[in-house]
Design a protein around this ligand. Structure first.
Ligand code: 5AD
Ligand code: FES
Length: 369
């Protein structure tokens, strides 16, 4: 039998759902944790009305701990060589792209330029490139740390051994970004080739924490086959890991990968995950990611308005930027470092936030250093 619900009744039901979502958001704001089913209820039933409430709570929570400060990190993309085959990534080992790498002196010089532009954190990021032997990275870290005392160095060089992570830490690395990509093992395995191990990735994050780094996890929103259950797993995982940084960006389809033709993540669904993460981990550093800026001209500003508090302007040599194309239509690839610096400043001021050029350690870091 096909019953048509009277309009009044269906409006009442919608109102009840909205009220329940709002009540759950408020509970999360106060208790900083929900059950699996409660997160799922929010994701399954959120509407434009209730999203506004979530976004507002995300912003307020950020302001309690970080006010309207936005920390800047100078991002140096050191190499697009990568031995790994993440199926979604435009510079994976199967892609026929022009490869480049910076040598140690070029990295040090780029950091110097970044320092002169005011940056006090450098994010040294690259594909998993065996060219950089442990001793080279150690030498580079020591040189940069000898030169500048008032800085932090963040590494983002993928999965390495415990011994390597320890050596980098001892040489002066302060933070390490290693997105978990997907807390659901099934989804992780769908997004990666067989030889990549979910367990190893999670283990690397645990090792980094144990050594004493400020650790960054993170994931993509809207990746192929991802559903709300998968996203809930990300939230539960983050709560248990309690990382100091969480990078969340939309999945952006790269047409030369095996996922060509898949739909990309959307701005709104990414913002929902940023805001929820702010409520779950109030003291964590939450970057407003380049992928968000690539998806929408004001994507990064919007993320700052729902709970994010970090921006990572590119300071890589402009000539190489286009080659670090993990997804297409990436922003900033033709800009110079000072153009990005000015652009970011303008964007932050436009939304009544203010730039903080301090080292900006995470408030949930009780670290050894
Ligand atoms: N779309 C969005 N993000 C991507 N990354 C890699 N490929 C893509 C893509 N196609 C993200 C991954 C990785 C980070 C460096 O970039 O999460 O950890
Ligand atoms: Fe690079 Fe805007 S941040 S041009």
């Amino acid at each position: 039998m096909n019953l048509i619900m009277p309009k009044l009744l269906s409006t009442k039901l919608d109102e009840t759902k909205d009220n329940k979502v709002i009540a759950l958001i408020d509970k999360l704001t106060i208790t900083e944790v929900l059950t699996k089913n409660e997160y799922l209820y929010i994701l399954d039933n959120i509407t434009s009305n209730t999203k506004k409430h979530l976004f507002n709570q995300g912003l307020l929570k950020k302001q309690i701990y970080y006010q309207n400060r936005v920390y800047l990190r100078g991002l140096i993309e050191i190499s697009n060589y990568c031995k790994k085959g993440c199926l979604y990534c435009g510079i994976n080992n199967k892609m026929e792209v022009e490869r480049y790498r910076l040598d140690i002196d070029e990295i040090i010089n780029t950091a110097k330029e970044g320092y002169n532009l005011g940056y006090r954190t450098f994010v040294i990021q690259g594909g998993e490139d065996s060219y950089y032997q442990t001793k080279m990275i150690v030498k580079m870290l020591k040189s940069i740390k000898d030169m500048f005392k008032d800085i932090r160095i963040t590494l983002s060089l993928g999965e390495r051994s415990y011994e390597d992570y320890q050596a980098f830490y001892d040489a002066g690395a302060d933070r390490y970004l290693l997105r978990h990509e997907a807390a659901s093992k099934k989804l992780y395995e769908h997004l990666h080739p067989d030889y990549m191990s979910y367990d190893n990735r999670i283990n690397c994050l645990k090792n980094l924490k144990e050594i004493g780094y400020q650790v960054g996890a993170g994931f993509m929103v809207g990746s192929p086959t991802q559903n709300n259950e998968d996203l809930v797993e990300d939230l539960l995982f983050l709560k248990s890991l309690n990382p100091h940084m969480v990078g969340i960006g939309p999945y952006l389809c790269h047409s030369d990968t095996v996922f060509k033709g898949s739909s990309s993540g959307t701005l709104d669904e990414t913002l929902v995950m940023v805001a929820l993460t702010r409520l779950i981990l109030p003291k964590t550093l939450l970057p407003s990611t380049t992928a968000l800026g690539s998806l929408s001209p004001i994507g990064r500003e919007k993320a700052l308005k729902v709970g994010a508090n970090v921006l990572m302007p590119n300071i890589s040599p402009t000539e190489h930027r286009i080659k670090y194309e993990i997804y297409q239509d990436k922003i900033c690839v033709t800009d110079t470092s000072d153009q990005c610096r000015n652009c970011i400043e303008g964007r932050v001021v436009m939304i009544d936030h203010e730039i903080d050029l301090g080292v900006g350690d995470a408030l949930n870091f009780e670290g050894k250093k």
